[in-house]
Design a protein. Sequence first.
Length: 199
Amino acid sequence: MGNEIEIRVATPDDAEALLAVYAPYVTDTAISFECEVPTVEEFRRRIAHTLQRYPYLVALRDGAIAGYAYAGPFVGRAAYDWSVETSIYVARHARRAGLGRALYTALENILREMGVLNLNACIGYPKKEDEYLTTNSVDYHRHLGYAWVGRFHDSGCKFGRWYDMVWMEKIIGNHPENPEPIRPFPEVRAIIRECYGIA
């Protein structure tokens, strides 16, 4: 298998392929705090809902979907508009091949064009590493420039074990007194296509 990576905007029709990437995170790990795999229809709905305002990207490796990343609202109140929560999932067979960095770089570029300033990641964290959860996600985000900002204890119970949750953040812009309003993702798609080649 080669290593050619393509990043493009997701569509609801990608739901089945993206769910195939995500499902093992639900069934086999505590990386996702969901306990049941969503249906394809539910996943399709989530993609469509996200794309109304935020970017949702897929990574293709040799033409096949092997990972995805997206942003969503942070808390949801108007004053939080310049902050988002980021999420990323890469298929097991495609890890350590550069997909994660490619996805997050593209996501950051788009969010910056939108006027977003703060990236926040909510990450499950084990008190002691086990077969369901390690510190790899925290280490990965730190490697990409995120900083640890908070830890919540015994926040989720999965597989009969309690796991902590941590927040990490990455600041990607300055914070003026009167920031320009955020431009929803659909308003910057043409710019993204022209400047970054993300269709």
